[in-house]
Design a protein around this ligand. Structure first.
Ligand SMILES: [Zn+2]
Length: 264
């Protein structure tokens, strides 16, 4: 909608993102149990509670623990025998997960995750206006999507865009606004095809520029994002800086222009 009072002409954006912060207990259990490696942890806080829950689930049934998606592989068929036996075992997973839900070890995880869910909701709500304006200025996207964010334990790493309306998220708050900067990163994945160039552009918009405008460090160096995108970001940098200083930004045009760069 355009408002014109005779002196100024400006656009009023009525769009807003509807973000629903949720916990899906089945998914929380799956994610907490598969994230066992050192790198899967984003913080030492509550680590012993997480390990206690993992140990409890392992003691209850190693075989069923190993059937949780991502723990399992094609060789599972050889270990169990055949698909018929495998299907029978998978049929017990629901019962196993229900038992885990009743355990005191899981109740601790759920409580810590619920506290973090409320924190995410507050952080998102407290500076939505300011941040959505920054994203709007940088991308001109219609920020009108409805997205469910499925929260996992803050001490374990998570961050994925799933389809058009879901995000899986969990990470310790390493610096101020960490959660919102990376939630916007995942949201922008829903507006752009999944190419390395687009991923580098998303990092420039959120991980670097949005974070900088919220009081974070200047860039380069490009050290916080995916390592394989750093070279692309170095090549994009002069074009990106020119885009940032231009008055009439058109992100789609900018994107088409940098797609043609021969050195990428
Ligand atoms: Zn990404």
């Amino acid at each position: 909608m355009s408002v014109n009072d005779g002196h100024y002409s400006f656009k009023v954006y009525n769009y807003f993102m509807t973000i629903n912060f949720r916990i899906n207990q089945d998914y929380l259990i799956a994610h907490t149990l598969i994230s066992c490696k050192e790198h899967d942890f984003s913080s030492e806080e509550h680590k012993k509670d997480i390990v206690a829950f993992q140990d409890h689930a392992w003691e209850l049934s190693k075989d069923l623990y190993n059937l949780i998606p991502e723990r399992t592989d094609a060789e599972t068929i050889l270990r169990i025998g055949d698909f018929e036996k495998y299907t029978k075992m998978v049929g017990q997973l629901d019962d196993y997960v229900n038992k885990l839900k009743q355990s005191k070890e899981f109740k601790v995880i759920l409580e810590q995750t619920e506290k973090y869910r409320q924190f995410c909701e507050r952080e998102w709500g407290s500076n939505y206006g300011r941040i959505s304006k920054i994203i709007q200025e940088l991308t001109q996207f219609n920020l009108d999507k409805q997205v469910a964010v499925f929260i996992t334990h803050p001490s374990q790493r998570n961050g994925r865009s799933i389809g058009l309306d879901k995000i899986a998220w969990g990470h310790t708050e390493d610096w101020p606004n960490y959660t919102v900067v990376y939630l916007w990163h995942e949201i922008l994945h829903k507006y752009m095809d999944n190419t390395d160039l687009n991923h580098a552009l998303i990092e420039l918009i959120t991980d670097y520029e949005l974070r900088r405008q919220l009081g974070g460090p200047d860039y380069p160096p490009f050290t916080t994002g995916h390592e394989r995108l750093q070279k692309t970001e170095e090549i994009l940098l002069p074009h990106w800086k020119r885009y940032l200083s231009s008055k009439n930004k058109n992100f789609t045009n900018f994107q088409e222009k940098v797609e043609k760069l021969t050195d990428l």
